[in-house]
Design a protein. Structure first.
Length: 224
């Protein structure tokens, strides 16, 4: 009887592993099709050392990885998009370790400024991104915006210039479920993992966020 139970368990584990592998292959196939349909390049593995980018989200967890990378021009914007995951490892009272995974889709694009680090996320959404930094939450004149969003950064003057009334209005209307970061001359837009067919919505959100950046940011913080 124990042998039979072991065999049943082994078959079940094998079936789950096979199903997950097939899902992974299908996701890769859909990403290839997406790239082909939009004139983008595609690689299953990351050719850019994306984890070396200075974004807080990409530094979370005890382990992390990037795969299914798309890059090229989309509607006039040069971007890089990818699947990103990280895990937190924990140990129970009996010494057994386990990993808890978080999975995202991300877009990185350039901006015409050299910015101090700034993170904008909804309160209690996606990762605990705001907790990754020691900066206090920056407050703005809009109480509604303060309730909805956490803004963290090293330079309050920059945050005030960046999050003007137009930007705050756009975020209140369109940023549900997204995290945004700007560091130096790049921005990151991220959301929980979506189907490949929905990646263009992420592209559009990143593009629209970039378009909301006030013109004064470039003059106060020139790219050089």
């Amino acid at each position: 009887m124990p042998l039979l139970l072991f065999l049943v368990f082994a078959v079940a584990v094998g079936a789950v592993a096979y199903y997950q592998y097939q899902r992974k292959l299908e996701r890769q196939r859909q990403f290839r099709a997406l790239a082909l349909g939009h004139g983008l390049d595609f690689s299953i593995e990351d050719p850019f050392n994306t984890l070396g980018e200075p974004f807080a989200l990409l530094q979370r967890g005890d382990g992390r990885g990037v795969e299914n990378v798309l890059w090229g021009e989309w509607q006039g914007l040069e971007l890089r998009a990818f699947d990103y995951w990280y895990y937190d490892e924990s140990t129970d009272s009996k010494g057994h370790t386990s990993k808890s995974y978080s999975r995202f889709d991300c877009v990185i694009a350039s901006i015409d400024a050299r910015c101090p680090s700034l993170q904008i996320s909804e309160e209690n959404v996606l990762t605990r991104l705001a907790d990754a930094l020691t900066f206090r939450d920056i407050e703005f004149e809009s109480e509604e915006f303060n309730r909805r969003f956490t803004v963290k950064g090293s330079d309050e003057r920059f945050a005030s210039a960046f999050c003007d009334a137009r930007m705050m209005g756009w975020l209140l209307e369109h940023a549900d479920g997204y995290v945004f970061e700007v560091v130096e001359d790049r921005l990151l837009c991220a959301c929980r993992r979506v189907a490949p067919a929905e990646m263009t919505q992420l592209f559009g959100t990143a593009t629209a966020f970039r378009e909301q950046i006030p013109a004064v940011v470039s003059s106060l913080y020139p790219r050089g």
